[in-house]
Design a protein around this ligand. Structure first.
Ligand SMILES: Nc1ncnc2c1ncn2[C@@H]1O[C@H](COP(=O)(O)OP(=O)(O)OP(=O)(O)O)[C@@H](O)[C@H]1O
Ligand SMILES: [Mg+2]
Length: 428
């Protein structure tokens, strides 16, 4: 009997109906343990249905690399399928622009996998306020992005500034935002004016809040036009939103949280709307798609959806995780610390790809989702993995199976790699 290909993320019904169609090349199955491990048949990943996935593993084991492999595969899909999908990569480290460069470094490794270096035309977005800095540093990008201050809610600001709404500053914030509510579109300048015009708050409270907004102005992300979500969700497009620049700032994670929260909300709204239209037109016999299904990939995801505390991205991400299936939104959370990410991100995940992990709290977080199809403790599966980068175990709820795999090498350059003093790479 011919070997059955593994298609992770695909249930038996879809397998029978579609075979491999709508799945992408992800890696190879590892058979055997540790040093005796062999790479056997190919492993595919379903991208035709919405998934919540968790890519985890300790530092330098291949999480961001694996994320980029999925992005590369989007470009290799047959055109008719690709046009029904889009991908947004939230890049906290500023590494995924390198999809545009070929992987010459692992050329021998690629050859052993019958692959070749290649480039992929992802659209890289950088914050509008820092365009010149990117140009100066010769970091390639395609577009800039900005958001409208008027799209953020009182709660967004209160979380971003870490001001409880019960606090004096919070009370003023709420009053100011309410006074601006009637306006369609306003910027930071108008918010500051409204703070100054407030007649009830003390001068020092007003100044303290004004200072917060003055510093928000320096985040370089606000403008009255804002980013068009339709552009990001264009059919077939892979967008990389580089938010690494905010790492220089003390309020870096707040800004990033605001951005991710806002985008997640808008994607959700847009797709719910689009899905309704798709269904209506399907009923009438001619399915129309203007905003395709989308896949949101988030590196360092525990920073946006932490187990403890809340960020402006927490609620919108939970909505995507819990309600994203119907409107066709996939989410991939990448994290070094599954123990530090909100438990919903793990419990709702139908696909978990775990590279090597050692820290106990992280192992325990995965252990909590112990599935009936797992015969042994998850630690045993992970211990049996060969000690090579890119090896991982996959827990797949769709096929109710667990697999050991080696993720395929990247065809495009990996910019986030571990630096070393050696000339060659030793991989299998
Ligand atoms: N599938 C793979 N095939 C070959 N090499 C790989 C693979 N995955 C990872 N590597 C190697 O491992 C290095 C580190 O991978 P990566 O940057 O993805 O780590 P990470 O898990 O994201 O780490 P961090 O938590 O620090 O962000 C890469 O530069 C690459 O050399
Ligand atoms: Mg990484």
């Amino acid at each position: 009997m011919p070997l059955r290909e593994i298609i992770i993320g695909r249930d038996e019904d879809d397998r029978e109906k579609y075979g491999k169609r709508g799945s992408v090349y992800f890696g190879k199955h590892i058979v055997g343990e540790g040093e005796d491990a062999n790479l056997t048949n190919p492993v595919y990943l379903d991208v035709a249905r919405p998934h919540v996935s968790l890519l985890c593993g300790k530092r330098g084991q291949g999480k961001s690399y694996t994320g980029a492999v999925i992005a590369e595969e989007f470009f290799r899909l047959p055109e008719d399928i690709r046009q029904n999908l889009s991908m947004l990569m939230i890049d906290t480290m500023g590494i995924w622009w390198s999809l545009k460069n070929p992987n010459e470094k692992q050329i021998d490794l690629l050859k052993s996998w019958d692959l070749e270096p290649n480039t992929f035309d992802a659209d890289v977005y950088v914050p509008r306020g820092f365009k010149e800095d990117y140009e100066k540093e010769n970091i390639p990008f395609d577009e800039t992005f900005s958001i409208k201050a008027s799209e953020l809610s009182v709660e967004d600001w209160s979380l971003a500034f870490d001001i409880p709404l019960t606090d004096k500053l919070g009370v003023l914030l709420e009053r100011v935002m309410r006074s601006l509510n009637e306006r369609e579109n306003y910027g930071i300048r108008e918010i500051i004016e409204a703070i100054r015009e407030d007649e009830r708050a003390d001068k020092d409270v007003k100044e303290a809040l004004e200072n917060r907004f003055l510093s928000a102005k320096e985040w370089g992300i606000f403008s009255k036009e804002g980013l068009s979500i339709e552009d990001i969700l264009s059919p077939g497009k892979v967008s990389v939103l580089d938010i690494s620049y905010f790492g220089h700032m003390s309020s870096g994670w707040s800004v990033r949280g605001l951005l991710v929260g806002l985008l997640s909300r808008r994607i959700y709204r847009k797709r719910v709307e689009a899905r309704r239209k798709e269904e209506m037109t399907t009923i009438r016999g001619r399915k129309e798609i203007d905003v395709p299904m989308t896949w949101v990939m988030i590196d360092e995801a525990h920073q946006f959806l932490p187990a403890e505390g809340k960020t402006p991205a927490s609620d919108p991400l939970i909505t995507l995780v819990k309600e994203g299936r119907q409107p066709g939104i996939s989410v991939s959370f990448i994290t070094q610390r599954p123990g530090a990410i909100h438990p919903n991100a793990i419990s709702q995940a139908d696909l978990i790809v775990s590279h090597r992990l050692t820290a106990k709290p992280d192992m325990d977080a995965l252990r909590n989702i112990m599935q009936t199809y797992m015969t042994f403790d998850i630690q045993e599966y992970i211990n049996d993995l060969p000690r090579k980068k890119g090896s991982a175990i996959v827990l797949d709820d769709n096929s109710e199976r667990i697999y050991s795999i080696k993720v395929r090498p990247r065809m495009s350059w990996h910019a986030g790699g571990t630096p070393d003093a050696f000339e060659d790479e030793d991989e299998f």
